[in-house]
Design a protein around this ligand. Sequence first.
Ligand code: LLP
Length: 421
Amino acid sequence: MDHFQYKNGTLHAEDVAIPDIAAAVGTPFYVYSTATLTRHYNLFTEALSPLPHLVCFAIKSLSNVAVLKTLGNLGAGMDVVSGGEYLRAKAAGVPGDRIVFSGVGKTREEMRLALTGGIRQFNVESEPELRALSEVATSLGVTAPITIRVNPDVDARTHEKIATGKKENKFGIPIARASEVYAEAARLPGLQVIGIDVHIGSQLTELEPFEQAYLKVADLTRRLRSEGHTITRLDLGGGLGIPYTRTNDAPPLPTDYGALIKRTVGDLGCEVEIEPGRLISGNAGILVSKVIYVKNGEGRDFLILDAAMNDLVRPSMYGAHHDIVPVAEPPVAAPTQEFDVVGPVCETGDTFAKGRDLPLVAEGDLVAFRSAGAYGAVMASEYNTRPLIPEVLVNGDHFAVIRARPSFDEILNRDTIPAWL
Ligand code: LLP
């Protein structure tokens, strides 16, 4: 369920009509719903209760500071993977003790930043990283709380580019080597081992891979404890998938996921963390675009939009499906037509959908890409010198621009001409 519904024949974000936002900010733009963000965060905390837990929003999925503040005010923790994301969490007012630092390539500067600003834990992904963190923490005279990310060699059964839990992936340490690596971590100065981390992939549509991974983590917890380590926290990663179509079988619900967590690791007396991104932000956002032309080609018709692959790269990059709907509600049983939906960027890969059956739309009409809140704006670029598009946050019957469209002057002024020119 999300809060982008037709009311009186027009698509709304909560109680705001989409054309009103378009009139104020121009197209294309992203718009997010406070009510959906809140609802999804609450679903997770309810699903994990009464276990001691922290839901750490994966900032990488949607990193606007206003969104982070919305979630942070509800008590959410944050999962960050760069110094920049760390600074975003802090800018949103989230205290360091609710920020976890993930990622396979943390630099010493990023470690220093988090250790001085406050951090709940680092999820360490390799032995060289353990040693680097030990050095940095020691040089600062502090102790870094850590978990070690284990790679459980589980097939997440998702798109190959976003599966992370197989042994051939770059993430974590092989679970078979955990005893050795934990022993080294315990010996190194400046580190305090507190738990285990696992994340097997994104857009998982079944619970079974999670179950396999979490059972392995439960076994490992017992083993590491018997080897003398104190394991009090389990970070179980993110990855729960969302429905991208109205017709597909719905992926498991957070309640089922929470029940699975309780069943697999609930008896270990550990505090549990999860790092959902997409399930909180995905269906909390849409991308609104305008039809520039309807072009009749040979054997196919093109809907040429003012949004392009640089604004929403998921279809080009992963062959991902996003439902596309007209902002003006089509009458029941209105005729439809097959379109290739494309953007203006100069490559064939700039295609959002092929042969998509859509209600008839015309030049100047608004359309919306659903489920575009996660990995939408954050993956945008200015390819073809197309300005990053605005982000808007709706709350009930009002809205605010939470990132403005840059002017061409701003864009051009970022380039500098060397003295010899
Ligand atoms: N934790 C870690 C360590 C991660 O690497 C990720 C996602 C998450 C949590 C959050 O996963 P989520 O709950 O959002 O599935 N750009 C791709 C998705 C990349 C996911 C990367 N890691 C896409 O558009 O589908």
